[in-house]
Write a protein that binds this ligand. Structure first.
Ligand SMILES: Cc1cc2nc3c(=O)[nH]c(=O)nc-3n(C[C@H](O)[C@H](O)[C@H](O)COP(=O)(O)O)c2cc1C
Length: 225
């Protein structure tokens, strides 16, 4: 515990951000026309560099009152509909998205000194997509999804473990694979803007922003650091 705020500031200032001499090169002149291709190339680089949870992304939402919330999620897929994530339709994030589909996502890969920012709108991909994702989950994850009630106050941890054990028993008894969690959903964020940020060995950074125009084509250009 650091009691003195001056010590805290000094300590924070001394923490390292990147190993600059180990950063991979990024040439924005070689960037592909579609930001999804560059995102996947960077994700593969992060996997190759041994990054922990390279597919974890931050999702920021704002509800109808303008209250903002952010949380980490796992990227489930990327296709023409956008960046997919899965969660319960009764969760606070799902409630916020039902009120206001505008959202942002970020990825950060410290070992590579790279960040990606997406901004756009989110759609619920529907019951079938939710069911397919649910059935592809390993039994413990299916049980956790079945418990639901995400972010509700929990009086006693045992209440959760009891609910989880009951859900796991249902999953394990479901040999025909017919048990589903109707609340489980896949959402896709279709970005109108995607920005790639890369730290460079000279302590600088490169920022490349893609914007989708009304005809759905992408235009890209550098932006000031
Ligand atoms: C690495 C990591 C991955 C996570 N993946 C998911 C996920 O895929 N889906 C999900 O609903 N919550 C996931 N969570 C939990 C969320 O961050 C969050 O706590 C939860 O979804 C409740 O958010 P909400 O109250 O804003 O709806 C993850 C958390 C971490 C740290």
């Amino acid at each position: 515990m650091i009691a003195d705020p001056t010590d805290l500031r000094t300590w924070l200032r001394g923490l390292p951000s990147f190993e600059r001499d180990r950063l991979p090169p990024f040439d924005p002149d070689d960037a592909p026309a579609d930001p999804a291709d560059l995102f996947l190339a960077w994700l593969r680089d992060a996997v190759g560099a041994g990054s922990t949870a390279p597919h974890a992304m931050n999702l920021a939402t704002a509800d109808a009152s303008g209250a903002v919330a952010a949380r980490t999620l796992i990227l489930k897929d990327l296709d023409a509909r956008g960046w997919h994530f899965a969660t319960g339709s009764h969760s606070p994030k799902a409630a916020a998205l039902a009120q206001n589909p505008n959202a942002a996502m970020t990825s950060f890969w410290p070992a590579l000194g790279r960040q990606v920012r997406l901004a756009g709108t989110v759609q619920d991909l529907g019951e079938e997509a939710g069911t397919a994702d649910f059935l592809a989950r390993p039994p413990p994850s299916r049980a956790a999804a079945l418990v639901g009630r995400q972010s509700e106050p929990l009086e006693d941890r045992q209440d959760y473990w009891d609910a989880y054990a009951a859900a796991l028993a249902r999953v394990e008894a479901d040999i025909d694979g017919v048990l589903i969690a109707p609340e489980w959903r896949v959402y896709a964020l279709a970005p109108h803007t995607v920005e790639f940020w890369a730290a460079t060995p000279d302590a600088g950074q490169i920022r490349l922003r893609y914007r989708r125009s009304t005809d759905q084509a992408w235009t890209k250009g550098l932006i000031w650091p």
